[in-house]
Write a protein of this length. Structure first.
Length: 275
């Protein structure tokens, strides 16, 4: 282990106690890294970043992946035990939220006395299972990376802007809004759409750019269905309705949106008749 690697780990661990966690974009190799939350894309990126940074520090780093659901007691200790030539290692334990009791117990025990030259990454997909162990891991100094779902449109817009900016490009507000409307329900698809546009176009991304590539993909909300239906675009309305129902949209808001639209049209027609 080179001195810079030891220093970086010490710094990461020293700042983790009592903190609310770090972003997946900023996480660094540390003795124990706890990636927790149900947003799979962000969690995968957090793990990938730790692996990439570890390889930057030592291209020959050895990576071992363990599966928590089938974990047997003592496996972590074997994976993290000193090697013949004291090589740097990263041990990734996947699906800790579905792990055996032994997986949780061994992880907590290990966090209390982590091995030198080893980075342990624990991936917990959210939920209540193992909550007390997660608290114990954080108390022991594990660096927490929280990867919760992005729900607010403003946060999705910020994600799009950042995704494009990290690729060295810029998107105007119209493009950001169009992408969120088209793919906002699935973060992985949203990221993929951003990556496609960056790869296939040049210059500033605009709403027109998004429309030329993804114009056929929209979030089929009740009001979009109602707008198409009342505007006489029957084919579009039917397509949106089918998409909405196929993706799990509650039919009650769909009917309510249509009723609101029809009442508005009726009021306008009545006002014109009186005029």
């Amino acid at each position: 282990m080179t001195p810079p690697r030891t220093s970086a780990r010490g710094s990461a661990r020293g700042t983790s106690r009592g903190s609310s966690g770090v972003s997946w974009k900023d996480v660094e190799p540390a003795p124990v890294v706890l990636v927790m939350g149900s947003e799979a894309l962000l969690a995968e990126r957090a793990v990938e970043r730790v692996l990439a940074r570890a390889r930057q520090e030592d291209p020959a780093v050895e990576v071992t992946r363990l599966s928590a659901p089938g974990y047997e007691a003592g496996t972590l200790g074997v994976a993290a035990s000193p090697s013949l030539f004291d090589e740097a290692r990263v041990v990734v334990v996947d699906d800790l939220h579905q792990g055996t009791d032994a997986a949780f117990a061994d992880a907590v025990a290990y966090a209390g006395a982590p091995a030198p030259d080893v980075v342990l990454v624990l991936r917990h997909g959210g939920g209540v299972r193992g909550r007390k162990y997660l608290d114990a891991l954080r108390a022991a100094g594990a660096v927490a990376v929280v990867c919760d779902p992005i729900k607010r449109d403003a946060d999705k817009a910020a994600f799009v802007a950042d995704e494009v900016a990290r690729a060295g490009r810029r998107a105007d507000q119209g493009a950001v809004r169009a992408l969120v409307e088209a793919y906002g329900s699935d973060l992985r698809e949203l990221a993929a759409a951003c990556q496609q546009l960056v790869a296939d176009t040049s210059g500033v991304l605009t709403a027109a750019t998004v429309a030329s590539y993804h114009g056929g993909r929209v979030e089929a909300t009740g009001f979009r269905v109602a707008d198409a239906a009342t505007a006489g675009r029957a084919g579009e309305a039917v397509a949106l309705l089918r998409h909405a129902l196929a993706t799990g949209t509650d039919p009650v808001p769909l009917v309510a949106a249509l009723a609101v639209k029809l009442r508005t049209l009726a009021k306008v027609a009545a006002a014109r008749g009186r005029g």
